[in-house]
Design a binder for this molecule. Structure first.
Ligand code: ADP
Ligand code: MG
Length: 345
């Protein structure tokens, strides 16, 4: 038996197995990078469900020419520098592995111009083989192009589904994003045609939370008409957003959106608390619809649970469960007088 150190490209391809499941995961990682860079507008161009091309352009801070090579190397990040930073991480990214992973399983190009630079530059990576940084005109901000995803990993490529299915996964993720960041303008094209557009609405810092317009555009007007506004804070926790009146309920959990400090996550304990709050106003087998934002000190939640960051771990899970339950139980009090007759699908 011989133990060998694996080459970097292979290490990145192994990591890609966890981070890059399908085109939607690439879109997620790249748009999160744009948001972490402070972009107020993100353009997303897709071809063939993202399998042929994913191009994400942002107007964020950009990357300096001397940093491009670092950006595509593994465990290189500008977002944390210490364990202390990790424990209080407020950015969407922090692992420094999305770009090298994606670049190892695609034909990849990173073009950017940093606010301090006069000219832009581009760095191409072909299936993990990193090229030279070259000058290229680019407005301030960054463009990442990902072509032919999994072209060099046939086993992964085989798991890609029909164009429509992959596009559906991307759109589902974009809906989450549109709900989480109403302040950002998003434009999407597919096969050269405009497919979705969300206008940016004010600033998150002004407390300009999700507008009725964006709720209606994203979840449908029927949800909007049946939604109750929730906003409650206690014990350093804040829960706000919209929950549907029981009369509007679903056959599945397809309209359940939870954001923890702005990150879309799935959490069984919170989902359970919501379900319990609805238990006496919903028919058995029906599911509530909601868009909820939970905010708390980042030190009370561990986001470093899984490479794809879909899950979090709360330090005081029980407290949070009870807080969510009580807030929603209270919010639904007015609906208990009525019946649980159903609209919706
Ligand atoms: P992470 O987001 O975990 O830091 P990534 O591999 O996604 O790791 O990105 C590596 C680094 O490249 C980031 O830390 C950031 O400094 C830089 N970067 C990536 N995308 C962008 C972007 N769109 N705008 C500005 N900087 C970016
Ligand atoms: Mg990232």
């Amino acid at each position: 038996m011989t133990i060998r150190q694996l080459p970097d490209i292979l290490i990145n391809q192994i990591a890609a197995g966890e981070v890059v499941e399908r085109p939607a995961s690439v879109v997620k990682e790249l748009v999160e990078n744009a948001l972490d860079a402070g972009a107020s507008r993100v353009d997303i161009d897709l071809e063939e469900g993202g399998v042929r091309l994913i191009r994400i352009r942002d107007n964020g801070g950009g990357i300096g020419a001397d940093q491009l090579a670092l950006a595509v190397s593994r465990h290189a990040t500008s977002k944390i520098a210490s364990l202390d930073d990790l424990e209080g991480v407020a950015t969407l990214g922090f692992r420094g592995e999305a770009l090298p992973s994606i670049a190892s399983v695609s034909r990849f190009a990173l073009s950017s111009r940093h606010a301090d630079n006069e000219h832009g530059h581009v760095l191409e990576v072909d299936g993990g083989r990193v090229g030279e940084v070259m000058p290229k005109s680019h407005p301030q901000g960054t463009t990442v192009e990902v072509r032919d995803l999994f072209f060099n990993t046939p086993a992964r490529r085989k798991f890609l589904r029909a164009e429509r299915t992959e596009l559906g996964h991307i759109e589902e993720w974009l809906r989450q994003l549109a709900l989480a960041r109403p302040d950002v303008e998003l434009r999407v094209t597919h096969n050269g045609k405009p497919s979705r557009r969300w206008k940016g609405e004010g600033s998150l810092l002004d407390g300009a939370a999700l507008s009725d317009t964006r709720i209606n555009e994203t979840l449908g007007e029927e949800f909007g008409r049946n939604a109750l506004r929730v906003d409650h804070a206690a014990a350093g926790l804040r829960l706000h957003g919209w929950i549907a009146q029981p009369a509007y309920n679903r056959a599945s959990t397809d309209q359940q959106y939870l954001f923890v400090n702005g990150r879309a996550v799935r959490d069984r304990s919170v989902a359970h608390a919501v379900k319990q709050a609805y238990s006496d106003v919903l028919f058995h087998g029906r599911h509530p619809a909601y868009v909820l934002f939970l905010e708390l000190d980042p030190r009370r939640v561990d986001v470093n649970v899984h490479p794809a960051k879909h899950e979090v771990r709360f330090r005081d899970a029980r407290l949070i469960h009870d807080f969510v339950y009580r807030t929603l139980h209270e919010a639904l009090a007015g609906t208990r007088a009525g019946t649980a007759a159903g609209v919706g699908t």
